[in-house]
Design a protein around this ligand. Structure first.
Ligand code: HEM
Length: 450
């Protein structure tokens, strides 16, 4: 996706139109124009792609990622309010994340491991499981059992990298004439999505059975308490239905499963590739945190670590083209009149690697995020948008920032990560990474610090 984007931008400039099958779209890699477009309510809708609208959301305006209008505003506002102050309920977000990270450290380090000892592990997979579990703890108050067939099933369902169903979504008027099974939209997939909804429903049912309306344990409780409040006030004109709660949980699972952990996979890959940068992050951890457990507030004093994390979010761009928007009104964009109904996509990867803003853009260099006094600083704020910008800006940005910082600080405090001798490491993204730009799987040599 990334390299194709760069080729197109080189050929056609920073605003060009592109036809995805029957869908007219405009791709923007001018950050000022993109910011202007995404700030407007006129582009806060999503295109009705057959795959998402029909298959995943059953032609209903539900969930967070693809919903629109008042239901989207209501659900988004509620989620943001629940996330504020770093936690959904009794257990604060930071405590949940640290509990999962401590488990990860324990599982990476054999009980009898001595300082300086090293062993090989598939770090990327383990980090991904930790991130997902800490998110699920905040959302649903429980850990996900990675060998649970329902968990594995939903994980498979959301892997929507260039599959035939997405390609078919680009030709909506042909869909009635296409063999559903062949394009991946047959009963199997439909039933598969229903099964994921049923899995979400089981979390909700369990919460209903154990709910104490005077105190919420997690996000699901907060949602159920909001339902009770609305019912008691006689308000029935709202979107807080049981089905919507299942769809919101599904969306939080989708976003939580892929994004933050993909960033961390890239981070540790850069660390093994650049041991001198890893050593500087470790030195800063020793100087600021020492041996106690890291806290989110530490990030304010850890300029180099912040720079190393932000540089990681820049180059591969976890979400290289963000999520598609839909124009609700005719609009002038960068000097062109674009008709309503056009799909809008921000080419984040192209902006993040544009040499106008980033010198030697493909070079991993945290120093570009430091000012002359060595403080963390983003020089070209307009051209840095890993979480996109505007009305639909990432809803989990804070969760992602806190989780990423704590994971980096905890793991680099305890371990040094190196290449496994004889193994090749690839810094190119996996091909066909459509929605999320991930690295190839890799193993690392983990060495226990003194
Ligand atoms: C490094 C990690 C992450 C990155 C890079 C990222 C990036 C993005 C981007 C680019 C968008 C599209 C914004 C737009 O349409 O304009 C988005 C949307 C969204 N993200 Fe994230 N995200 C991350 C982590 C998370 C996490 C952890 C959560 C959940 C807790 C989350 C929840 C969402 C949701 C619900 C939306 C849809 C918002 C809406 O349509 O109103 N994200 N994210």
């Amino acid at each position: 996706m990334g390299t194709q984007m760069l080729k197109l931008r080189k050929q056609y400039g920073s605003i060009f139109s592109f036809k995805y099958g029957q869908l007219e779209s405009v791709l923007i890699s001018d950050p000022k124009v993109l910011k202007q477009v995404l700030a407007s309510d006129d582009s806060a809708a999503r295109p009705h792609l057959y795959y998402t609208t029909n298959l995943v959301y059953m032609n209903q305006n539900i969930g967070l990622i693809c919903s629109e209008g008042d239901p989207w505003k209501e659900q988004r506002r509620f989620c943001l309010k629940s996330m504020r102050d770093f936690g959904f309920g009794k257990t604060s977000m930071e405590v949940s994340i640290m509990a999962e990270l401590e488990d990860l450290v324990g599982s990476l380090k054999p009980a009898d491991a001595k300082a300086g000892e090293s062993f090989v592990t598939q770090l990327d997979e383990r980090v991904a499981a930790t991130v997902l579990n800490s998110l699920w703890m905040i959302v649903a108050g429980s850990r996900l059992h990675l060998d649970d067939p329902e968990f594995q099933h939903t994980l498979k369902i959301i892997q929507i990298e260039f599959n035939p169903a997405i390609i078919a979504s680009m030709f909506p008027s042909f869909i009635p004439f296409l063999p559903m099974k062949l394009i991946g939209m047959g009963p199997e997939r439909r039933n598969g999505i229903q099964r994921s909804y049923a899995w979400m429903k089981a979390f909700v049912d369990h919460h209903k059975e154990t709910l104490d309306p005077s105190s919420s344990r997690d996000f699901v409780d907060a949602y159920l308490i909001e339902q009770i409040r609305l019912k008691e006030s006689g308000n029935s004109d709202h979107s807080f239905t049981d089905l919507n709660l299942q769809a919101v949980l599904f969306d939080l699972f989708v976003t939580g499963a892929e994004t933050t952990s993909t960033g961390l996979k890239w981070f540790f890959l850069y660390m093994v590739e650049h041991p001198e940068i890893q050593a500087k992050v470790h030195e800063e951890i020793e100087a600021v945190i020492g041996v106690r457990a890291p806290e989110w507030n530490d990030h304010l004093k850890m300029h180099y670590t912040q720079a190393a994390i932000h540089e990681m979010w820049r180059i591969p761009s976890v979400a290289p083209a963000g999520i598609e928007h839909l124009l609700l009104k005719d609009k002038e964009i960068g000097g062109y009149l674009i008709p309503k109904g056009t799909m809008i996509q921000g080419l984040i990867y192209a902006i993040h690697t544009d040499p106008t803003y980033w010198k030697d853009p493909m070079l991993y260099n945290p120093n570009r995020f430091l000012n002359e006094s060595g403080e963390f600083h983003i020089e070209h704020k307009d051209a840095y948008l890993p979480f996109e910008i505007g009305k639909r800006q990432c809803l989990g940005e804070n969760v992602a920032r806190i989780t990423t910082f704590l994971a980096v600080a905890t793991l680099l405090q305890k371990f040094r990560f190196r290449k496994v001798p004889g193994k090749k490491y690839n810094l190119e993204p996996k091909p066909n990474s459509n929605v999320v730009n991930g690295p190839f799987p890799y193993e690392v040599l983990v060495e226990v610090w003194e």
